[in-house]
Design a binder for this molecule. Structure first.
Ligand SMILES: [Zn+2]
Length: 73
């Protein structure tokens, strides 16, 4: 064991991971960019036609990667 502590780059990495996980704890979801929270996927070929957003499956949001780690369900 070294007595001079951890490598500064390692400490920064741990802090960055900590901040990211804390952010994921409070804000576990990301807005769906495909439907922009409208839940709908609009057809570009047939005007006015739309369906459930396939990217988020109508949930409007995506669960962040860090949030999946935090609550392993
Ligand atoms: Zn969506």
């Amino acid at each position: 064991m070294h007595t001079d502590g951890m490598h500064p780059a390692l400490v920064i990495t741990f802090i960055a991971i900590g901040v990211y996980l804390l952010s994921c704890h409070y804000h576990p979801y990301m807005k769906c960019k495909t439907c922009n929270r409208s839940k709908e996927s609009h057809s570009t070929t047939f005007k006015g036609a739309f369906g459930k957003c396939r990217a988020c499956d109508g949930r409007v949001h995506h669960v962040r990667f860090g949030a999946r780690i935090l609550n392993r369900k």
